[in-house]
Write a protein that binds this ligand. Structure first.
Ligand code: LLP
Length: 396
């Protein structure tokens, strides 16, 4: 079996991706019976590994980026500039200049001041830059507070009453052709998404009645939930039917920016038990990965699905902890698992999205190996940091 071979040949901790799974998720979206012009742009922040990006590019997706770094990596991975969208509430001048000169599909602004900067810089370069405006719709996505982005009072998007569409249409260095929205991540209630789409359609229709405005693209963001810490699933059948309904007779190009949905469940983080400690009433398995390698449980209080690679019939109640010198460095507490021995592999599932991408080298731990496999072969797509890598850019 491929997995057994990989477990034997690669040393933990490492991220292990299933290529077929990513392709399946992409085909699922590509084959939905959506009766309008649309493009899926992968949210690179979910997983910016070059091999993953290149795979997703080859499956026909575009990219959604939020920094010069993500733009650079996306171009390197093969995405055409015309298939790249740049979002984000805090773009720097460097980000904006780079995005402008690469002539990407759209820079979606989230601050009124960005508009003037893009206009002026584009004019100095003899360019006219396509922009979008991210609207803050004041819609609650009913997801976890820490990944909610659609509410007034938050830092995302611009509230409609602050946008001077007439003034924008007179700028010669920009072309406003997109409106965008993104109300949060891990959204299970498709009606919340629909509400944000309808709001955008209404604004675009109203603005397009004016002679000098032609909004032809609506970017509906990402947010599709996966089975994870929530056991609710998004109802794609109803989502699709309703999308078709609200867009019937309309002529917009639609963009979706899924991140998590594409990669989350394609990946497992393989760790090994270093020690089993009895402390008070507790049995604690200390593994060789930590919140440096996977921070979501510590940051969002989610419980990652876990499996143990052994066939013990007896079970025990465990806390699973990392080796970082901090008391938040636990993956899960009080979980019943097959009896664990030192050396067993503990496997954290559904870690393909915001797993490796949010990892750090805290405690000067080398960032882990990443491995991609399909039915025939496996290969390393990121080598483990060396100890020298940890000193790179530092001067003594
Ligand atoms: N578009 C925009 C403008 C976004 O801000 C995001 C995610 C996406 C698309 C993709 O959302 P997705 O389809 O992946 O839900 N680190 C958190 C998630 C933060 C998401 C940030 N924005 C986590 O680990 O749950």
């Amino acid at each position: 079996m491929m997995i057994d071979k990989i477990l034997k040949e690669c040393s933990s901790p490492f991220y292990l991706y299933n290529e077929e799974r990513i392709k399946d998720k992409i085909s699922f979206l590509n084959n939905l019976d959506l009766q309008f012009q649309r493009k899926f742009n992968f949210a690179v922040k979910a997983n910016p590994n070059l091999a993953i990006l290149n795979l997703i590019h080859r499956c026909g997706f575009g990219a959604e980026v939020v920094s010069a770094g993500e733009l650079f990596k996306s171009l390197k991975a093969g995405f055409e500039p015309s298939d790249i969208i740049f979002d984000g509430p805090g773009k720097t001048e460097f980000d904006l200049k780079y995005a402008i000169t690469q002539k990407i599909n759209s820079i979606n602004v989230e601050n009124v001041e960005e508009i003037k900067f893009i206009n002026d810089y584009s004019l100095t370069k003899g360019l006219r830059t396509n922009i979008g405006i991210r609207i803050n719709p004041n819609i609650d996505g009913s997801t976890m507070d820490k990944i909610t982005t659609g509410l007034s009072g938050g830092k995302f998007g611009i509230s409609i009453d602050q946008i001077d569409f007439d003034a924008i249409s007179n700028f010669k260095g920009i072309n406003l052709k997109t409106l965008s929205v993104h109300i949060g991540s891990q959204i299970t209630d498709y009606q919340k998404l629909l509400g944000s789409y309808e709001n955008l359609i209404k604004i675009a229709d109203e603005q397009n009645l004016k002679n000098n405005i032609n909004i032809d693209t609506l970017d509906f963001g990402g947010g599709f939930a996966v089975l994870d810490h929530s056991n609710k699933k998004i109802n794609f059948e109803s989502w699709k039917d309703n999308c078709n309904k609200i867009l019937e007779g309309k002529n917009f190009n639609i963009i979706f920016e899924p991140g998590r949905f594409i990669v989350a469940d394609s990946c497992e983080l393989i760790s090994k038990v270093l020690y089993i400690k009895e402390s008070g009433e507790k049995k604690i398995a200390i593994v060789d990965c930590s919140f440096s390698e996977y921070i979501r449980p510590a940051l969002y209080d989610i419980k990652p699905p876990i499996k143990v690679a052994n066939s013990s019939k007896k079970t025990g109640i465990y806390d699973i902890a990392g080796g970082i010198c901090e008391s938040t460095d636990y993956f899960v507490k009080d979980i019943e698992l097959p009896e664990i021995k030192v050396g067993d592999n503990i496997i954290f599932m559904n870690v393909g999205a915001y797993g490796s991408s949010m990892s750090s080298t805290y405690n000067s731990r080398p960032r882990p190996l990443e491995v991609l496999y399909n039915n025939d072969e496996y290969r390393v797509i990121r080598s483990r940091d060396t100890l020298e890598d940890l000193c790179k850019n530092e001067i003594m």
